[in-house]
Design a protein around this ligand. Structure first.
Ligand code: MF3
Ligand code: CO
Ligand code: CO
Length: 263
């Protein structure tokens, strides 16, 4: 197992990729309203990435994925496929997952939840899931083991009566969309589970938290992952850089303040 360390030149390119991915989520936020179709949101993101940013939506044609973003509604855990017939309704929660590949060839990967109308259960799940992400980000610094990041997520999720999805994980990122290591969000086995973080590593943390049991299944479209018990699922994702002093959130948006992280 060999976790790549980015050069200063690569780090600059990762910063740009991260900023771009964040800007797509900021651009799309006001468009996520009841009645809009996920196909429409996909087109808006695609056109923004290609024409405004001069970059490529990495999911498009990735192992055959047919669209430019993933849109995962309610009990969809991840990899939901945008669809013109799928319209948002009041009470829905939805994750939009954006991955940009810049003209320089580097990836920025980030996702966030949107709450349409009002849903008490949905809001609580989305908030706790974002707290899981933030708590694990707060642990990132040289010398920390990957298993400690997983523990921060699992403890908080389970303390709130939720479960952590085991079938999908975070990942190293750079010129490759998915690089080593795998970043587990629960206490489990991965080849690099006990690897130690070092400055210059780039990876995502992207916990998927279910209101019910952790088991998932993939629908017959080959992509859409859902909770087996049909319970609600939420996910938040950031692309991170390990720095000498801690962490830089490469995909931070304007609505976030990481100075508040309890480190
Ligand atoms: N963006 C997802 C991730 O966080 C991967 C999506 S792959 C796709 O790793 F093909 F479904 F788009
Ligand atoms: Co990712
Ligand atoms: Co992603």
């Amino acid at each position: 197992m060999n976790i790549p360390i980015k050069t200063p030149d690569e780090i600059e390119k990762m910063r740009e990729a991260g900023r771009q991915a964040a800007s797509v989520l900021e651009m799309i936020t006001p468009r996520v309203v009841a009645g809009v179709s996920t196909g429409e949101l996909d087109r808006l993101c695609h056109d923004y990435i290609v024409h405004e940013l001069g970059s490529t939506p990495a999911p498009l044609d990735y192992h055959g994925f047919p669209k430019s973003i993933c849109t995962s509604i309610n009990h969809v855990v991840c990899h939901g496929i945008p669809d013109d017939a799928k319209r948002l309704r009041k009470g829905d929660i939805m994750n939009i997952d954006v991955t940009v590949k810049t003209a320089d060839g580097y990836h920025g990967d980030s996702s966030m939840m949107f709450i349409v109308g009002e849903t008490i259960q949905g809001e609580r799940l989305c908030r706790v899931t974002q707290e899981c992400l933030y708590r694990s980000i707060a642990r990132v610094r040289p010398g920390v083991r990957l298993s400690e990041l997983a523990r921060a997520i699992q403890e908080h999720a389970e303390a709130n009566g939720y479960s952590v999805v085991r079938d999908f994980c975070g990942h190293g990122i750079g010129a490759g969309f998915h690089e080593d290591p795998q970043i587990l969000h629960y206490d489990g086995y991965a080849p690099e589970a006990d690897a130690t973080l070092a400055a210059g590593m780039c990876f995502t943390i992207e916990p998927m938290i279910n209101a019910g049991k952790y088991q998932t299944k993939v629908l017959r479209d080959g992509w859409t992952a859902v909770t087996r018990d049909k319970s609600l699922s939420a996910q938040w994702e950031h692309t991170l850089l390990v720095t000498e002093s801690g962490v830089e959130v490469l995909t931070a948006r304007g609505d976030e303040d990481f100075a508040l992280l309890d480190r």
